[in-house]
Design a binder for this molecule. Structure first.
Ligand SMILES: [Cu+2]
Length: 381
């Protein structure tokens, strides 16, 4: 009830003010003082333009200083330094233009506010001026775009010889990481063979898969080029490693890639930032569903020595999951058994035979009916 009374009171007050204003105007007309072309609001507005300019600039400087604490540390990759340089050069150019035009934009209404008896200068066109303000931005923009294009083609081009290949597959909701084994080749994949264990869909009719291994983190040696082979299993994801200035979409059915060279080890970064808990990370920057926020994987950059130690300590997927021997074609069985220097564990032989009839039971999903097997070579995503 009280609110209604207040609202009604406010409306009545506004109506009264409006009527008073109208009466004042009518009185002015009668007195003949309405010929005055601008009231006090002319001056007030002109001053407000200057207040906005000065206040806005002060806020901009203050906020830039406060926010700079959150900026990423210096890039930890070779191309990252180039993209940062490019970013700051572009930023400097557009900031200069932005500030120059906006100072004029706000200063002019103040400087040239309405004044009784002052007449505007008639200035229809000037070809020389128009040529200057067309050619200069054209040259500046073309230079910026060309240098950006040059860095971009370098990043997206072929990886240098001997780059370490890592496959990164996004799925709702985590990243799966696969390394090639001693052969240096990542094996073929096929979505029809995906199950609860073989989540990446390693196709064991391809012998390149026999020595591949799945890793929980991305390990990389410092100062050595690395190539990410990126895929997605279900929806769009995006590989984002901000410290390396790396971002590439993971698209179902369309493999993408990104090569870069890390220049600082995790230990170096921890020391530099004074943060003993620092870790490089890969996050997903595509809103890919409910668990999107949880798509985080660590990237560990180590010395070449440490990397070799880690790499050689990894065991192939096949040697850890001998039941998949059942998926290896007869003519390749001999090659695949090399993954088992101590022989294939006897207990799994039964499971291996079983998985031929029921692949899901091998994956620990007993009790569910196995889907009919399709030709594994027929489709590959
Ligand atoms: Cu995602």
């Amino acid at each position: 009830m009280m609110q209604i009374v207040i609202a009604l009171g406010a409306i009545i007050l506004m109506v009264i003010l409006f009527l008073l204003f109208r009466i004042q105007v009518l009185v002015d007309v009668l007195r003949g003082s309405s010929k005055q072309q601008a009231g006090t609001s002319n001056k007030v507005n002109a001053i407000l333009f200057m207040v906005f300019l000065i206040g806005g600039t002060a806020l901009f400087i203050w906020y830039s200083m406060v926010a700079s604490v959150e900026f990423l540390p210096e890039a930890s990759s070779i191309h990252g330094v180039q993209t940062d340089d490019l970013f700051w050069t572009t930023m400097a150019v557009i900031s200069f233009v932005f500030i120059a035009t906006h100072v004029l934009l706000f200063y002019f209404p103040f400087r040239y506010q309405f004044k009784e008896g002052r007449k505007a200068h008639f200035f229809p066109d000037n070809n020389k001026l128009e040529i200057i303000w067309t050619i200069i931005p054209a040259i500046v923009l073309a230079t910026l775009i060309f240098s950006g294009w040059k860095v971009w083609t370098d990043i997206t081009g072929d990886a240098p010889e001997g780059a370490i290949e890592v496959e990164i597959v996004g799925k709702q909701f985590n990243w799966m990481i696969r390394y090639p084994g001693a052969d240096g080749r990542i094996g073929k994949h096929n979505y029809t063979v995906i199950d609860a264990t073989n989540q990446i869909g390693m196709d064991f009719t391809d012998q390149d898969n026999f020595d591949d291994f799945i890793a929980r983190q991305v390990y990389l040696p410092v100062n050595k080029p690395a190539l990410f082979r990126i895929r997605a299993r279900d929806v769009l994801h995006s590989v984002f490693a901000p410290h390396f200035r790396l971002k590439m979409d993971a698209v179902p059915g369309m493999p993408t890639r990104f090569h870069f060279t890390p220049t600082k080890t995790t230990a170096q970064m921890r020391e530099e930032l004074g943060d003993p808990n620092f870790n490089y990370e890969i996050a997903c920057t595509e809103i890919c569903g409910r668990g999107h926020f949880g798509m985080r994987t660590e990237v560990v950059v180590v010395t070449e020595e440490e990397y070799q130690k880690w790499y050689t300590s990894q065991r192939s997927f096949l040697s850890q999951n001998p039941e998949y021997m059942a998926s290896v074609p007869a003519n390749l069985k001999q090659v695949a058994t090399r993954q088992f220097p101590d022989g294939i564990p006897a207990t799994t032989t039964a499971a291996a035979t079983d998985s031929i009839q029921n692949p899901q039971s091998a994956a620990g999903l007993t009790g569910t009916a196995a889907p009919e097997k399709t030709d594994r070579n027929e489709a590959s995503f």
